[in-house]
Ligand binder design. Sequence first.
Ligand SMILES: Cc1cc2nc3c(=O)[nH]c(=O)nc-3n(C[C@H](O)[C@H](O)[C@H](O)COP(=O)(O)OP(=O)(O)OC[C@H]3O[C@@H](n4cnc5c(N)ncnc54)[C@H](O)[C@@H]3O)c2cc1C
Length: 297
Amino acid sequence: MSGWQRELAALGELRADEPLARHVTLGVGGPARWFFRPGDRAALVAAMRLVPADVPILPLGRGSNLLPPDEGFPGLVLDMGELANLRVAGREIEAEAGVRMGRLARAAAEAGLAGLEFMATVPGDVGGGVAMNAGAFGQEVADTLQWAEVVLRGGETRRLDARELDMGYRRARLPDGALVMAAGFALTCDAPEAIRERMRSMRQRRGATQPLAQPNCGSVFKNPDGDYAARLIEAAGLKGLCIGGARISEVHANFIVNEGGATSADVRALIARAQAEVAARFGVRLEPEVRILEGRS
Ligand SMILES: Cc1cc2nc3c(=O)[nH]c(=O)nc-3n(C[C@H](O)[C@H](O)[C@H](O)COP(=O)(O)OP(=O)(O)OC[C@H]3O[C@@H](n4cnc5c(N)ncnc54)[C@H](O)[C@@H]3O)c2cc1C
């Protein structure tokens, strides 16, 4: 360990060569050279001050939309899981990046605040939800997000108005290298029981249509305009296709599941195959929704 790693280790637990497969829901991916879980926002800001500019940084939520390479990640992974404070104030809720979206949805329902029901069905954290503009059942983060507090390399913090993030279908434009530390949502009032009922019904629909019992990363591809990635993949005859330990799900063709022992390369090969076949047959380019991390070059 040299200078900055020693200083970081003084702020909290710093692990070397931590397998990323343990931290992403698909269960694939090699080691992160360095892995740090800041205990609070101050430790995160301090970490961002310490890390030299040439060390790549990867923010990590629940890893429910992330495909790391088998070679691993050569820089520092910042796991946001300990930043888990949540505060309800009138019709607004502030949540730190590591708050699970499911917990946020339940807290909103309890307070009689509507607009986050879909979050009960999305397994990620608030930070990942903002970065991805997560959404389902006609709702998305952008509908209710008011602001995001971010930290930049070097440790500068900023509170950005949601409009500055220019959010679109499964994307937000964060400033270069910015990590979301916390977010504020403005919601509307409704009866807690009505909100909970909507959450129940969304969860039920999910359970019936998605392969939730096997490791996966949710939708692999974005839906192209006016169509569904799952329909195209199924029409190309790829449902059930297996490469190594990874399979295009029989339950939902826009899901890839890890049947045990899959590698990141297996999953990437399935992604490439689906893109090639769908492009050849239907002239449609499927764009990955899952964030694919490049390996060492
Ligand atoms: C079973 C299942 C169902 C799903 N259903 C849905 C759905 O209905 N709708 C939907 O939109 N998604 C869905 N997803 C995908 C995923 O849950 C969402 O994209 C979620 O928002 C990712 O959150 P996360 O915390 O897991 O982020 P991660 O997977 O950890 O990270 C995703 C990306 O965001 C970045 N990131 C993470 N935290 C931060 C931060 N604090 N600051 C800056 N960048 C950050 C990461 O570097 C990465 O690029 C599903 C996934 C699964 C496994």
